[in-house]
Design a protein around this ligand. Structure first.
Ligand code: UD1
Ligand code: CA
Length: 455
């Protein structure tokens, strides 16, 4: 039987080099904080215990990380070994403990499972190592002639010949849980940084006849840490490219996978096409043959099959039916539900409204708090005046309606089926079915009028 798994995530550091008022682990990759990414990966391993050691900005970290973890406070950051020691009162007694870092956001379950397997239920200590052309800044893995790992030396404490070692410590390790109290109590801070190094437990493990196994990292970025905004941006691009690759492997066509951003989840049907610089946030679902034009931003949207979203459109919390055409330059705001074959054109804003089949709102229009029937045409420049400065009111427009250009619909107001409004009307009362309603000043001509002339 596999032994009980505990996971500790070290996240107490300040992140000085981010030059930010926010704690480092709250900075995001793919629209989600680094810490919550690590926690979500950790939770997939179904640990018996998961704790996060926090220090700098801990109240903010707790408040913004909605995840089921035991928060462990490390008031003073005295080193990674001290951080793990702070967790002792919470850690179970038995099994194995996996140590992760809140600023190493792209670690994957596959690598971690290989480490857990290598620990053989705590018979071994396991280190995740990497081999770098430029190992500067990292702890180096020191091996004996027979190849066994004997200790880790931090860069700042390393002898010149140790600095030439290219195998480095990623920091991620698996320890036999029952040894953690004993080993961390033996750590000393007599080193270049005056810190209690977790890395010193490696030599203690060897002295205790618990072999140390190195698991080699399959790809560098999986254990890459974020210390500054440059590294954050580098990991962001790697992460985004990976998401784009997965979508393309599942059949999505992309104009350029390097100009694609998904900050959430995206489910696509068959033959979906995505042009450059599309940004998807939250949970998005695209049906078959949906096309997303260049520079569109979509957040929490459901778009049914054969619909085309033309360039520069912004859609948020809305549902679009089949075969609809949206944009260019359209804005669909929350609680908008569009049925099949609806057309929304340029500079049209729709908010908290329903539009039924085949209706068209093609130019320069604001539709808010409205219900629009089927086969209705809304003329250019139409505005629903839904707000009196205090309260919002609804506009109801029936089927087969023709709203003339530049109509103002002062809500609450109803327009019956088959009704027409004259261009330029200010509609304040019900427009009866089947009739033409015009509400504008009558046109007059002053014959014989003469233009003034300059004196
Ligand atoms: C550590 C390793 C080093 C390794 C490197 C990989 C040690 C002594 N060294 O060095 O071998 O190559 O990571 O990136 O472990 N933290 C706390 N409390 C503390 C100190 C740190 O929670 O008191 C957290 C930090 O927030 C961070 C992580 O532990 O997430 C690593 O700490 P950091 O000081 O960055 O370690 P490095 O010097 O990079
Ligand atoms: Ca560091």
């Amino acid at each position: 039987m596999a032994s009980q798994l505990s996971i500790l995530i070290l996240a107490a550091g300040k992140g000085t080099r981010m030059y930010s008022d926010r704690p480092k682990v709250l900075h995001q990759i793919g629209g989600q904080s680094m810490l919550s990414r690590v926690i979500d990966t950790a939770l997939q391993l179904k640990p018996a215990f998961i704790g996060a050691v926090i220090g700098h900005g801990r109240e903010q970290v707790k408040a913004e990380t909605h995840r089921p973890v035991q928060w462990i406070e490390q008031v003073e950051q005295l080193g990674t070994g001290h951080a793990v020691a702070c967790a002792l009162p919470y850690l179970p007694q038995d099994g194995i403990t996996l140590v992760l870092y809140g600023d190493v956001p792209l670690i994957d379950t596959h690598t971690l499972q290989a480490m857990i397997a290598a620990s053989d239920n705590g018979k071994n200590t396991v280190l995740l190592t990497d081999t770098l052309d430029d190992p500067a800044g990292y702890g180096r893995i020191v091996r004996e002639n027979n190849g066994h790992i004997v200790r880790i030396v931090e860069e700042k404490d390393a002898l010149p010949e140790e600095k030439t070692i290219c195998e480095i410590n990623t920091g991620i390790m698996v320890l036999p849980t029952h040894k953690i109290a004993e080993w961390t109590s033996q750590l000393k801070n007599a080193n270049a940084q005056g810190e209690y190094y977790l890395t010193d437990v490696i030599a203690l493990s060897v002295a205790n006849h618990i072999p140390v196994i190195g698991v080699a990292l399959p790809q560098h970025h999986l254990a890459a840490g974020v210390n500054n905004k440059l590294q954050q941006a580098e990991l962001e691009r790697i992460f985004q490219r990976e998401q784009a690759d997965n979508l393309m492997k599942s059949g999505v066509t992309m104009a350029d996978p390097n100009r694609f951003d998904l900050r959430g989840t995206l489910k696509c049907g068959k033959d979906v096409w995505i042009d450059i610089n599309a940004v998807f946030e939250g949970e998005c679902v695209l049906g078959n043959r949906v096309q997303i034009g260049a520079n569109c931003v979509l957040k929490n949207v459901q778009i049914a099959s054969d619909t085309v979203i033309k360039p520069f459109s912004h859609l948020e919390n809305c549902v679009v039916g089949n075969n609809a055409q949206i944009g260019p330059f359209a804005r669909l705001r929350p609680d908008t539900v569009l049925s099949d074959n609806v057309h929304i054109g340029n500079f049209v804003e729709v908010k908290k409204s329903t539009v039924k089949e085949n209706s068209k709102i093609n130019h320069l229009t604001y539709i808010g708090d409205s219900d629009i029937g089927a086969n209705t045409n809304i003329g250019a420049g139409t505005i629903t005046c839904n707000y009196d400065g205090v309260n919002k009111f609804r506009t109801e427009i029936g089927d087969n309606v023709f709203i003339g250009s530049n109509t103002l619909l002062v809500a609450p107001v109803k327009v019956g089926n088959n009704a027409t409004t004259g261009a330029g009307s200010v509609i304040t009362k019900t427009c009866p079915e089947n009739e033409l309603t015009v509400a504008r000043a009558k046109q007059i001509t002053l014959s014989g009028w003469v233009r003034p002339v300059k004196k």
